[in-house]
Design a protein around this ligand. Structure first.
Ligand SMILES: [Zn+2]
Length: 140
């Protein structure tokens, strides 16, 4: 038995980085063994992310995700949100907000994700103004 990735395939001990990339789009974070987290990051993802938009025009601009953005998205977006013991926050929203926070500080800041192709979860509310806020847990 293994972990099911976003596309429904099962992660096994023999899975490769390419398998994780194909199954989860660059990486994933899951809660295991109670309150522990497992995060896998593919350092050279070849998966095209379809919900990047150009800030000024709001037109879609699909592209590859960097390992830095995936790390921020998975560990600080999904992972940190999971550790709120009162479940006050929406991890799917926070993960996209973390991607966008990362893009603002670590790139030229011209692109953001609207979350509409956030894998495995049917997308998150795609209001660009909502997705460019800071993560909910940083407001406390
Ligand atoms: Zn995610």
């Amino acid at each position: 038995m293994g972990l099911e990735m976003a596309d429904g395939t099962i992660l096994t001990p023999n899975s490769t980085g390419a398998d994780v990339d194909a199954g989860a789009g660059g990486g994933f974070n899951v809660k295991i063994n109670g309150n522990e987290n497992l995060t896998l990051i593919v350092m050279d993802s070849k998966t095209v992310i379809n919900d990047y938009r150009i800030k000024t025009t709001r037109k879609y601009s699909p592209g590859l995700v960097s390992s830095g953005e995936t790390l921020a998205h998975e560990m600080l977006g999904h992972g940190l949100t999971r550790h709120d013991e009162n479940n006050r926050y929406t991890q799917w929203v926070n993960a996209i907000r973390l991607s966008n926070l990362y893009l603002r500080v670590a790139s030229d800041g011209t692109k953001y994700r609207d979350g509409s192709s956030h894998s495995g979860h049917g997308g998150v509310p795609g209001n660009p103004d909502q997705m460019n806020k800071i993560p909910e847990y940083l407001n406390d």
